[in-house]
Design a binder for this molecule. Structure first.
Ligand SMILES: C[S@@+](CC[C@H](N)C(=O)[O-])C[C@H]1O[C@@H](n2cnc3c(N)ncnc32)[C@H](O)[C@@H]1O
Length: 236
């Protein structure tokens, strides 16, 4: 199966029931999301702040934001009703609200800024118009607000590319096929990561879309130089 960008939320619908079991088996998945949320440097446990979890899926990244900012208002958005149903089945405080919408259609779904921070975990690689969406994120942030893009990026390192492809072939694709009955989403994952911007190119992309103070940090574990937090600030 070859997925186009428009098909991706639909493919996540099909993969939703197996998603949590697969990511729970991935060492570091939840810890790394929490690390990205912590790296946003949200002050005062988020008291009085509004945060957006863009592409929240089954709520793993929402839980990471909540841990970093338990007093913030969190709006968590995803285009896949199946992934959101998994998220909504978990226990959340009343400060967390889930919205079904494509990220490109937030205004139509009644979601408006300004936000003090946005976390986009494993989303941006899946978007057809990355530059357009980064500009939309910049416009949704209050001046000085923080965008954290938590994403795979391997092209800057031959070793990271080799490790990524080995992990896909030996673990991610076979276990995805076993748990969900269809490896399409996981072969797409392998290919899309191989094709996504290298870390330096993505940092430049953030700058060219109007962000300041752009930097990135990678993760510990096998995901070193494979998963990164890209941090960027909306202009003041
Ligand atoms: C790999 S999951 C990540 C979920 C969550 N952020 C996490 O870290 O576990 C990517 C999510 O992005 C959603 N997604 C993909 N394209 C989207 C779009 N254009 N608008 C909104 N959500 C989208 C998918 O439905 C899926 O739930």
């Amino acid at each position: 199966m070859s997925l186009s960008f428009g098909d991706i939320p639909g493919a996540f619908n099909a993969g939703a029931p197996a998603y949590d079991k697969l990511v729970d088996a991935n060492p570091g998945y939840h810890t790394h999301l929490r690390l990205s949320a912590e790296r946003m440097g949200i002050p005062d446990q988020g008291e009085g702040l509004r945060l957006l979890d863009a592409g929240c899926g089954t709520g793993a990244s929402t839980a990471a934001l909540l841990a970093a900012a338990p007093k913030a208002e969190i709006v968590a958005v995803d285009a896949s009703g199946g992934m959101l149903a998994q998220a909504a089945a978990k226990a959340w405080p009343s400060s967390v609200r889930f919205v079904e919408s494509r990220i490109e259609d937030l205004a139509r779904a009644g979601v408006r800024g300004p936000f003090d921070g946005i976390l986009a975990a494993y989303l941006v690689r899946n978007l057809a118009d990355r530059d357009g969406q980064l500009q939309a994120f910049r416009d949704l942030l209050r001046p000085g607000g923080i965008l954290a893009v938590h994403e795979y990026s391997v092209r800057d390192s031959k070793i990271a590319t080799a490790v990524w492809n080995a992990v896909c072939v030996t673990i991610i694709i076979p276990s995805g096929r076993l748990r969900s009955g269809d490896a399409g989403l996981y072969t797409y994952l392998r290919r899309s990561v191989n094709q996504f911007d290298g870390a330096a190119v993505f940092r430049d992309r953030l700058r060219s879309n109007g962000f300041n103070a752009v930097r990135s940090e990678t993760m510990p574990g096998w995901q070193r130089n494979i998963v990164h937090t890209f941090l960027a600030q909306a202009p003041r």
